[in-house]
Design a protein around this ligand. Structure first.
Ligand SMILES: CC(C)(COP(=O)(O)OP(=O)(O)OC[C@H]1O[C@@H](n2cnc3c(N)ncnc32)[C@H](O)[C@@H]1OP(=O)(O)O)[C@@H](O)C(=O)NCCC(=O)NCCS
Length: 147
C-alpha cells in the first residue's frame, strides 16, 4: 500500500500538547518548566519558527528553527534548533521535507546559510545532513551555563 504523504505546516500555540511527546523523545524526557513558554515564544516570534509534519491529523515530525545576525557570515543566518521525526515514520522523506521547507523560508528571509548542531555520536543525523548538502564545520561549540 502506498504511504500517505505528510503535510507540513506552521505550528500554533495550541499544537503544544500534540508536539510534546516528540520533544520528550528528543530530549529524553528532560523538559523543563519554561519549555511551554519557550514553545509559544518561538511560534509567536518573527525570529523563530516551529514546523510540523502531520499525517491524518497526527503530528509525526517537528522542526524548530530560528534566524540570527551573524558577524562571521556578514548577515543573517538560520539555525535548526531541533528536529525529530517519530520513529515509526522515519526514512520516508519527512525530515527532508521539513528541512527543505525551512531552507525555502530561510532564503526568503535573506539568510546566507543554515547552521545545525548535532551530537557527534549521531551518525544518522550526520548522514541526513550530508544528504541535504550540509557540510561539517571545523568549529567546536563552547558554553558558559548561567543556570
Ligand atoms: C534525523 C531524522 C530527523 C531524519 O528524519 P527522516 O524523516 O527519517 O529522514 P529522511 O527520510 O528525510 O531521510 C533523508 C536522507 O537522510 C539520510 N538518512 C536518513 N535516515 C538515515 C539512516 N537511518 N541511515 C542512513 N541514512 C539516513 C538518507 O540519505 C536519506 O535519504 P534516502 O532515504 O533517499 O536514502 C530522524 O532520524 C530523527 O528524528 N532522528 C532522531 C532525532 C535526531 O537525531 N534529530 C537530529 C538532530 S538535528
Amino acid at each position: 500500500m502506498k504511504k500517505q504523504l505528510a503535510t507540513i505546516r506552521m505550528a500554533q500555540t495550541s499544537d503544544y500538547s500534540n508536539c510534546l511527546p516528540l520533544f520528550r523523545t528528543l530530549y529524553h524526557g528532560d523538559i523543563g518548566p519554561d519549555f511551554k513558554q519557550t514553545f509559544e515564544n518561538f511560534v509567536n516570534s518573527e525570529d523563530g519558527v516551529i514546523m510540523l509534519a502531520e499525517r491524518s491529523s497526527k503530528v509525526i515530525g517537528v522542526l524548530v528553527g530560528s534566524y540570527h545576525l551573524d558577524i562571521d557570515w556578514e548577515g543573517r543566518i538560520a539555525k535548526i534548533d531541533a528536529l525529530i521525526v517519530e520513529e515509526a515514520y522515519r526514512k520516508e522523506g519527512i525530515g527532508k521535507k521539513l528541512v527543505q521547507r525551512f531552507i525555502t523560508m530561510a532564503r526568503r528571509k535573506q539568510c546566507k546559510a543554515i547552521k545545525s548542531r548535532i551530537n557527534r555520536k549521531n551518525v544518522v543525523a550526520q548522514k541526513f545532513h550530508k544528504s541535504l548538502g550540509f557540510t561539517e564545520a571545523d568549529t567546536y561549540e563552547y558554553f558558559l551555563d548561567f543556570e
